[in-house]
Design a protein around this ligand. Structure first.
Ligand code: G3I
Length: 463
């Protein structure tokens, strides 16, 4: 517990935590709100939002409009996140369920709630590339199907993109759009879908990805346009092929003027995820390409996709600890890589998640903070203990190609331990420790924001 003053839900200032008491099973922070009465506060008083401000352009969460209007849900969102992504409500089947009939009430509702809370908004998602026609799971309406000719499909796509992205073009809160979602298969090639009818993009003809991004840029020149997918975050391990496919897709299209500004790494992972160093390396190479890397949908579930928590021995204190470490390690990778400007969890509470019973999020089903909240707070405050614990547990062999977060933290603490063992007097150690901490902070401060990718004039002319 720290002495940071912050606002309590009812607006009173909380001078500081009076003390922390941990009863068995739940953690209760005792707070002394401005009214002087000590009472258990159900959330960490200093919301993550205050802690994250300035560290990243967006520290966000998916917002499910079904729960807007519930004050405790809205407080959770507004206390802890600087941005939201609509979990549902802005997808094709939400906004154009019938051909030519656009309804934006659900999408507007999420954006208006974000604006009211002073938050930014990530449009999600203009078109979902994989899956079958009419697939609810992929938010496709049934009328979008193979009966449409290539020309009809191309016009339909351009009209949809320009109508949806154009509608919000003037809204300052809208910082990005996931223009194309999940077009790649696990090998890293563009998966087979209805959209294959528009060709492959060779020989000058635009494929559906090119069409979508050009139309989005025309509709909203100032908004960051992202390609969003899962299993593309780490360039090492089991996701290497799909990650490479994503990198190649973005590189070669940008080379021909397709305005892809960012890659959205969904990161739907679990507590045993052990590829964060590969995620950081991928963020770095995307940055070298001039592309932003956004963590767009992270959730860290009890068990891998397709398994249940029961399959892996249930939810334990060790799992909650591992979950906190994974969240902290991914956040640290993002903080340490200039290309990573945005970090979003796919929801806020385990009570409202697509990964039912998997406890993937930062707050439990009673909206109470889990260890991951403290781990994120500490990581934002440059305390890398959770990150070091992740690398020690999940990637002990990680030596960091060039300055991975753990290496940096590990190096510094290792050096201090060596000096201590050598019997160096405490005062000297203190100076060394301060110097190392300053070095770490200086390196973070060198984090220069990548200028947003300029739109290529040819992209505008070419439409
Ligand atoms: O609104 C209907 C409701 O009337 C009906 O009773 C209920 C039962 O069928 O379904 C409700 O709609 C569901 C909707 O979620 C609201 O919860 C849809 O069927 C269901 O398909 C939809 O699932 C969402 C899914 O995207 C498809 O849109 C998930 O909540 C959402 O978490 C998931 O998010 C995706 C990202 O957009 C892309 N990345 C992967 C991620 C997880 O799949």
């Amino acid at each position: 517990a720290s002495g940071h003053p912050t606002k309590y839900h009812d607006g009173t200032m909380v001078p500081k935590y009076s003390s922390t008491s941990t009863s068995t099973g739940t953690r209760t922070m005792l707070c002394r709100p401005g009214d002087g009465h000590t009472r258990a506060c159900s959330h960490f008083q200093m919301g993550l939002r205050a802690a994250a401000a300035g560290a990243l352009d967006q520290f966000g969460a998916a917002s499910n409009y079904w729960h807007l209007g519930d004050s405790s849900y809205e407080s959770l969102l507004s206390d802890h996140f600087t941005a939201v992504t609509p979990e549902i409500g802005c997808k094709w089947s939400d906004v154009q369920a019938a051909p030519g009939v656009f309804t934006f009430s659900e999408c507007d509702r999420v954006l208006e709630a974000a604006e009211a809370a002073g938050q930014q908004f990530r449009g999600h998602t203009v078109m979902w590339a994989s899956g079958d026609s009419g697939s609810a799971a992929h938010a496709w309406p049934a009328w979008l199907n193979d009966t449409l000719s290539a020309a009809e499909l191309r016009d339909t796509l351009k009209t949809h993109v320009q109508t949806v992205v154009g509608r919000y073009a003037g809204r300052q809160a809208v910082y990005a759009w996931d223009v194309v979602n999940e077009a790649l298969d696990e090998s890293g090639s563009i998966g087979d879908s209805l959209w294959a009818k528009l060709g492959t993009g060779e020989g000058g003809e635009r494929d559906f990805i090119d069409e979508a991004f050009h139309a989005a840029r025309l509709a909203s020149p100032e908004t960051t346009l992202a390609y969003n997918d899962y299993n593309i975050a780490s360039m090492t391990g089991w996701s290497a092929a799909k990650s490479q496919g994503c990198y190649d897709l973005v590189a070669e299209r940008r080379a021909r003027g397709v305005p892809i500004d960012a890659v959205g790494m969904q990161l739907h992972v679990d507590t045993e995820y052990n590829l964060v160093s590969g995620v950081q390396a991928n963020m770095r190479r995307l940055g070298a390409l001039g592309v932003e890397a956004h963590v767009t949908e992270i959730d860290v579930a009890c068990a891998p996709l397709g398994q249940s928590c029961a399959d892996v021995g249930g939810w334990t204190a060790a799992r909650e600890e591992a979950q906190a470490q994974v969240y902290a390690a991914v956040l640290a990778a993002c903080l340490d890589e200039p290309a990573c400007t945005s970090f979003t969890t796919w929801g806020v509470t385990d009570a409202i998640t697509w990964r039912r019973d998997e406890r993937p999020l930062l707050f439990d089903e009673k909206l109470e903070p889990k260890l991951a909240v403290q781990a994120i707070r500490d990581t934002l405050a440059a305390n890398r203990s959770w990150v070091d614990a992740y690398y020690a547990r999940a990637e002990p062999a990680f030596k960091g190609a060039d300055g991975g977060a753990a290496l940096e933290g590990g190096e510094d603490s290792t050096l201090l331990i060596v000096l201590l063992a050598a019997g160096i007097p405490g005062a000297t150690l203190l100076c060394v420790g301060a110097a190392l901490a300053a070095r770490h902070l200086l390196r973070r401060s060198e984090k220069v924001r990548l200028a947003k990718v300029p739109s290529t004039p040819s992209a505008r002319e070419g439409l």
